[in-house]
Design a binder for this molecule. Sequence first.
Ligand SMILES: *Cc1c(COP(=O)(O)O)cnc(C)c1O
Length: 460
Amino acid sequence: MTVAARKPWHKPVLTPHRAGGPNKFGNTRTRAFRTEIDGVSIDSLLERYGSPLFVLSEHRLRENARRLLRSFRTRYPRVRYGWSYKTNYLNAVCSTLHQEGAWAEVVSEFEYDKARSLGVPGSRIIFNGPHKPRKALERAATEGALIHLDNLDELFLLEDVARSLGRTIPVALRLNFDTGYHEAWSRFGFNVESQAAHDAARRVAAAGLLKLTGLHSHIGTFVLDPRAYAAQIKIMAQFMEFAEKETGAHIEYLDIGGGFASRNALQGIYLPPDQAVPSIEQYAETIAQAMMEAVRGRKDWPWLILESGRAVVDDAESLVTSVVGSKRLPDGRKAMILDAGVNLLFTAYWYHHDCQPTRLIDGIPEETVLYGPLCMNIDVMRHSVWLPPLGIGDSLVFNPVGAYNNTQWQQFIEYRPSVVMVHENGEVSEVRTPDTLATMLSQERLPEVLRNPFPQGMPD
Ligand SMILES: *Cc1c(COP(=O)(O)O)cnc(C)c1O
């Protein structure tokens, strides 16, 4: 009697076929693709600069800055804009925004130096942040920067600088308080509810070494409800009244920080960005109304300073990345390995970035997980995205990626790639060259005794 040979067992897999039918928000975008950026073919960019590749749109960047300034200046007459360097401090990005009239908003000595090296005068630098070394404060004070105090130690340090320079230094106080709209950040600046801010203003007046001319606060980031800013302005205006009446200060500006949301899909938010994120005009309308309310009855209107970062740069940059491998995971999901991961796209930790193939791909879209190239389990670009069957060498465009990636990327495991800018006239410039072994090694020093990796006489 013969026993029938057993067939090997395979775990069953169900693969739903979703060919792009509509859901409750409209048509799904499983067949969407993008072949060019501002008229320049993505294939030609990859051919010339390699993959992966960051691509900036000069046009989008300028348009975003113009729209921000236009929507605020048509609603409140005195508006200044400070570009938040930490959001993206590539020189090409900063210079484009300076050409559009933006000042520099910096949060460290390095960023201050970078703004100065680009030719920004000190008088157009807003100096925030919790760590300003004495040398940086001296330079900022001498060059007329807007110094925003974070804590009492810094206040005393700057008073000492004023003493040694022999002149009074204009300053702003960074305030923190609860707007009632979301979690209050209490770690930066002086707290209003506890009166620490009031004490600081009194101290400034009493010592006579500094002169309080401005108020600053940055209530958070990705703030989806414009009314949070109205609440912020109301509290700042009350503080302005206190400082002017009780300490004799004259407040020339209210700086409301950044935090406007960009059109990106924050993880944990169900609605797509088109529906969840207010337009710049909606922020401007609410904020300008609150400012008009705050200045009612005043002889002179304070400047409104904005420090918007992500809302201005995010959609002006894309990351193009190529498929280098694929596999079927044990649970049946399709997985793709890309040549760019969280080393380059730090924000993949908190956004579901939109990503599209760079050509029309036939075939049935499948739920796919996108991994980066790192030998690290956390290196996931998208945990779940519906994509058509891509092959080796196919590429994907991630957008928006302009905010916090070129500053928070890590030189880790892989070389960092080129960044190019597509100009308004269609020309393309490389604005940051890729890492090479030489750039990676340029700061290393190998002691003489370690120069030979395999000294003679050692066992093989
Ligand atoms: C980070 C930061 C900004 C920019 O924030 P966005 O959320 O990118 O608009 C502005 N001001 C200060 C003080 C910041 O720390």
